[in-house]
Design a protein around this ligand. Structure first.
Ligand SMILES: C[S@@+](CC[C@H](N)C(=O)[O-])C[C@H]1O[C@@H](n2cnc3c(N)ncnc32)[C@H](O)[C@@H]1O
Length: 209
Protein backbone atom coordinates (compact mmCIF):
# COMPACT_ATOMS: atom_id res chain seq x y z
CA UNK A 1 0.00 0.00 0.00
CA UNK A 2 1.42 3.45 -0.90
CA UNK A 3 1.69 6.35 1.49
CA UNK A 4 -0.44 9.43 0.74
CA UNK A 5 0.98 12.94 0.38
CA UNK A 6 -0.15 13.77 3.93
CA UNK A 7 1.51 10.56 5.07
CA UNK A 8 4.73 11.50 3.29
CA UNK A 9 4.77 14.83 5.13
CA UNK A 10 4.23 13.07 8.44
CA UNK A 11 6.95 10.60 7.54
CA UNK A 12 9.43 13.37 6.64
CA UNK A 13 8.76 15.15 9.93
CA UNK A 14 9.46 12.02 11.98
CA UNK A 15 12.45 11.07 9.82
CA UNK A 16 14.02 14.49 10.54
CA UNK A 17 13.48 14.02 14.23
CA UNK A 18 15.06 10.57 14.28
CA UNK A 19 18.01 11.82 12.22
CA UNK A 20 18.83 14.27 15.02
CA UNK A 21 19.26 11.23 17.28
CA UNK A 22 16.10 12.02 19.20
CA UNK A 23 15.05 9.32 21.60
CA UNK A 24 11.62 9.32 23.12
CA UNK A 25 11.00 8.31 26.71
CA UNK A 26 12.95 5.09 27.12
CA UNK A 27 10.94 2.10 28.29
CA UNK A 28 10.68 2.19 32.05
CA UNK A 29 10.77 -0.92 34.22
CA UNK A 30 7.18 -0.22 35.22
CA UNK A 31 5.80 -0.62 31.71
CA UNK A 32 6.67 -4.29 31.13
CA UNK A 33 5.44 -4.99 34.64
CA UNK A 34 2.06 -3.36 33.92
CA UNK A 35 1.84 -5.19 30.61
CA UNK A 36 2.63 -8.54 32.21
CA UNK A 37 -0.14 -8.04 34.75
CA UNK A 38 -2.63 -8.18 31.89
CA UNK A 39 -1.09 -10.61 29.42
CA UNK A 40 0.18 -14.15 29.43
CA UNK A 41 3.55 -15.10 28.00
CA UNK A 42 3.47 -14.50 24.29
CA UNK A 43 4.63 -17.88 22.99
CA UNK A 44 3.07 -18.38 19.57
CA UNK A 45 0.86 -15.30 19.81
CA UNK A 46 0.84 -12.32 17.49
CA UNK A 47 1.64 -8.84 18.75
CA UNK A 48 1.76 -5.56 16.84
CA UNK A 49 3.62 -2.51 18.11
CA UNK A 50 1.91 0.39 16.34
CA UNK A 51 4.26 3.37 16.01
CA UNK A 52 7.21 1.25 17.08
CA UNK A 53 9.87 3.92 16.53
CA UNK A 54 13.31 2.41 17.00
CA UNK A 55 11.85 -0.88 18.16
CA UNK A 56 12.61 -1.16 21.89
CA UNK A 57 9.15 -2.43 22.82
CA UNK A 58 8.89 -4.65 19.71
CA UNK A 59 12.18 -6.34 20.68
CA UNK A 60 10.98 -6.79 24.22
CA UNK A 61 7.73 -8.42 23.14
CA UNK A 62 9.70 -10.67 20.81
CA UNK A 63 11.95 -11.68 23.69
CA UNK A 64 8.79 -12.66 25.58
CA UNK A 65 7.88 -15.09 22.83
CA UNK A 66 5.46 -13.09 20.69
CA UNK A 67 5.57 -13.09 16.92
CA UNK A 68 5.90 -9.33 16.49
CA UNK A 69 5.21 -6.82 13.76
CA UNK A 70 6.55 -3.34 14.49
CA UNK A 71 4.89 -0.67 12.36
CA UNK A 72 6.07 2.87 11.81
CA UNK A 73 5.79 5.63 9.26
CA UNK A 74 9.44 6.66 9.66
CA UNK A 75 11.91 4.70 7.56
CA UNK A 76 14.74 6.30 9.54
CA UNK A 77 13.31 4.90 12.78
CA UNK A 78 12.86 1.48 11.19
CA UNK A 79 16.45 1.51 9.89
CA UNK A 80 17.67 2.26 13.40
CA UNK A 81 15.41 -0.50 14.75
CA UNK A 82 16.97 -3.01 12.36
CA UNK A 83 20.52 -1.77 12.95
CA UNK A 84 21.55 -2.89 9.50
CA UNK A 85 20.71 -6.51 10.25
CA UNK A 86 17.85 -8.72 9.27
CA UNK A 87 15.50 -8.91 12.24
CA UNK A 88 15.40 -12.33 13.93
CA UNK A 89 12.73 -14.87 13.12
CA UNK A 90 9.27 -13.83 14.31
CA UNK A 91 10.16 -10.12 14.42
CA UNK A 92 9.58 -7.89 11.44
CA UNK A 93 9.19 -4.21 10.77
CA UNK A 94 6.69 -2.65 8.38
CA UNK A 95 6.77 0.82 6.90
CA UNK A 96 3.13 1.86 6.99
CA UNK A 97 0.94 4.89 7.66
CA UNK A 98 -1.54 3.95 10.37
CA UNK A 99 -3.78 6.78 9.13
CA UNK A 100 -3.99 5.05 5.76
CA UNK A 101 -5.91 1.86 6.63
CA UNK A 102 -4.89 -1.58 7.79
CA UNK A 103 -1.31 -2.67 7.18
CA UNK A 104 -0.81 -5.52 4.73
CA UNK A 105 -0.04 -9.02 5.95
CA UNK A 106 -1.03 -8.79 9.57
CA UNK A 107 -3.32 -11.59 10.72
CA UNK A 108 -6.57 -9.67 11.14
CA UNK A 109 -8.75 -11.03 13.91
CA UNK A 110 -5.91 -13.12 15.36
CA UNK A 111 -3.73 -10.56 17.11
CA UNK A 112 -3.45 -11.07 20.87
CA UNK A 113 -1.73 -7.80 21.75
CA UNK A 114 -1.48 -4.40 20.11
CA UNK A 115 0.75 -1.86 21.81
CA UNK A 116 0.66 1.83 20.98
CA UNK A 117 3.24 3.73 22.98
CA UNK A 118 3.32 7.54 22.70
CA UNK A 119 1.80 7.34 19.22
CA UNK A 120 -2.00 7.43 19.45
CA UNK A 121 -2.18 11.20 19.89
CA UNK A 122 -0.36 11.62 16.57
CA UNK A 123 -2.95 9.74 14.54
CA UNK A 124 -5.51 11.80 12.66
CA UNK A 125 -8.46 9.84 14.01
CA UNK A 126 -7.33 8.23 17.25
CA UNK A 127 -10.75 6.94 18.30
CA UNK A 128 -11.46 5.58 14.82
CA UNK A 129 -8.15 3.75 14.75
CA UNK A 130 -8.78 2.26 18.19
CA UNK A 131 -12.21 1.08 17.07
CA UNK A 132 -10.65 -0.56 14.04
CA UNK A 133 -8.14 -2.37 16.25
CA UNK A 134 -10.95 -3.65 18.47
CA UNK A 135 -13.28 -4.76 15.72
CA UNK A 136 -10.80 -6.05 13.17
CA UNK A 137 -7.25 -6.58 14.45
CA UNK A 138 -7.67 -8.20 17.86
CA UNK A 139 -8.79 -11.72 18.52
CA UNK A 140 -11.65 -12.01 21.03
CA UNK A 141 -10.15 -11.26 24.46
CA UNK A 142 -7.12 -9.56 22.87
CA UNK A 143 -5.56 -6.45 24.38
CA UNK A 144 -4.78 -2.95 23.17
CA UNK A 145 -2.19 -1.38 25.45
CA UNK A 146 -1.88 2.39 25.07
CA UNK A 147 0.55 4.75 26.73
CA UNK A 148 -0.39 8.33 25.98
CA UNK A 149 0.14 11.81 27.29
CA UNK A 150 -3.06 13.63 28.12
CA UNK A 151 -3.45 17.29 27.36
CA UNK A 152 -2.24 19.59 30.12
CA UNK A 153 1.07 20.52 31.75
CA UNK A 154 4.16 19.52 29.81
CA UNK A 155 2.13 17.63 27.25
CA UNK A 156 0.60 20.86 26.02
CA UNK A 157 3.84 22.61 25.18
CA UNK A 158 6.04 19.97 23.58
CA UNK A 159 4.65 19.03 20.20
CA UNK A 160 6.26 15.62 20.18
CA UNK A 161 4.39 14.84 23.36
CA UNK A 162 1.06 16.11 22.14
CA UNK A 163 -1.63 14.43 24.13
CA UNK A 164 -5.14 13.14 23.86
CA UNK A 165 -8.02 15.17 25.21
CA UNK A 166 -9.96 13.76 28.16
CA UNK A 167 -13.00 13.58 25.89
CA UNK A 168 -11.07 11.32 23.49
CA UNK A 169 -10.08 9.03 26.36
CA UNK A 170 -13.73 8.78 27.42
CA UNK A 171 -14.79 8.03 23.84
CA UNK A 172 -12.11 5.35 23.42
CA UNK A 173 -12.83 3.69 26.76
CA UNK A 174 -16.56 3.66 26.04
CA UNK A 175 -16.36 1.86 22.72
CA UNK A 176 -17.61 -1.55 23.84
CA UNK A 177 -14.52 -3.19 25.33
CA UNK A 178 -14.90 -6.19 27.61
CA UNK A 179 -12.67 -4.58 30.26
CA UNK A 180 -10.91 -1.23 30.60
CA UNK A 181 -8.12 -0.57 33.10
CA UNK A 182 -6.29 2.73 33.38
CA UNK A 183 -3.27 3.85 35.37
CA UNK A 184 -1.80 7.29 35.58
CA UNK A 185 1.92 7.46 34.92
CA UNK A 186 3.42 10.69 36.21
CA UNK A 187 1.36 13.84 36.10
CA UNK A 188 0.30 13.85 32.48
CA UNK A 189 0.53 10.34 31.07
CA UNK A 190 -1.99 7.55 31.08
CA UNK A 191 -1.85 3.81 30.50
CA UNK A 192 -4.96 2.26 29.07
CA UNK A 193 -5.36 -1.48 28.97
CA UNK A 194 -8.33 -2.27 26.75
CA UNK A 195 -9.41 -5.89 26.54
CA UNK A 196 -11.78 -6.84 23.76
CA UNK A 197 -14.85 -8.88 24.57
CA UNK A 198 -14.41 -12.61 24.45
CA UNK A 199 -17.75 -12.96 22.64
CA UNK A 200 -16.81 -10.38 19.96
CA UNK A 201 -17.13 -11.50 16.35
CA UNK A 202 -13.64 -12.31 15.03
CA UNK A 203 -13.47 -9.80 12.17
CA UNK A 204 -16.13 -7.22 11.31
CA UNK A 205 -14.87 -6.29 7.84
CA UNK A 206 -11.78 -5.16 6.03
CA UNK A 207 -12.51 -1.53 4.97
CA UNK A 208 -10.93 1.68 6.40
CA UNK A 209 -11.72 3.28 9.77
C1 LIG B 1 6.68 9.67 20.11
S1 LIG B 1 7.20 8.43 18.96
C2 LIG B 1 7.08 6.95 19.93
C3 LIG B 1 7.90 5.83 19.37
C4 LIG B 1 7.91 4.53 20.20
N1 LIG B 1 6.58 3.96 20.33
C5 LIG B 1 8.48 4.80 21.57
O1 LIG B 1 7.77 4.65 22.55
O2 LIG B 1 9.67 5.16 21.65
C6 LIG B 1 5.78 8.28 17.87
C7 LIG B 1 6.01 7.31 16.73
O3 LIG B 1 4.84 7.22 15.95
C8 LIG B 1 5.20 7.18 14.59
N2 LIG B 1 4.03 7.64 13.82
C9 LIG B 1 3.48 8.87 13.86
N3 LIG B 1 2.42 8.93 13.01
C10 LIG B 1 2.33 7.70 12.44
C11 LIG B 1 1.45 7.12 11.49
N4 LIG B 1 0.47 7.83 10.93
N5 LIG B 1 1.63 5.84 11.12
C12 LIG B 1 2.65 5.10 11.66
N6 LIG B 1 3.51 5.59 12.58
C13 LIG B 1 3.35 6.87 12.96
C14 LIG B 1 6.41 8.09 14.49
O4 LIG B 1 7.20 7.85 13.37
C15 LIG B 1 7.11 7.77 15.79
O5 LIG B 1 8.05 6.72 15.63
Amino acid sequence: MGISTAGQQTSARWDDLYRTGWNFRPLSGVEPHRLNLHTHRGQGQHAVDAGCGTGALARQLHAQGYTVTGIDISTVALDIAQRGRRPPRHLRYLHHDLDGGDPPCIPLGEISLVTCRLTLAHLRNAAGWVKRVRTTWLRPGGILFVLTPIVGGLAAVQWEYEGLQQSQIVEIAGQGWGKVTSYSHGSNTLYLVLRSRTDAPAVEGAGGT
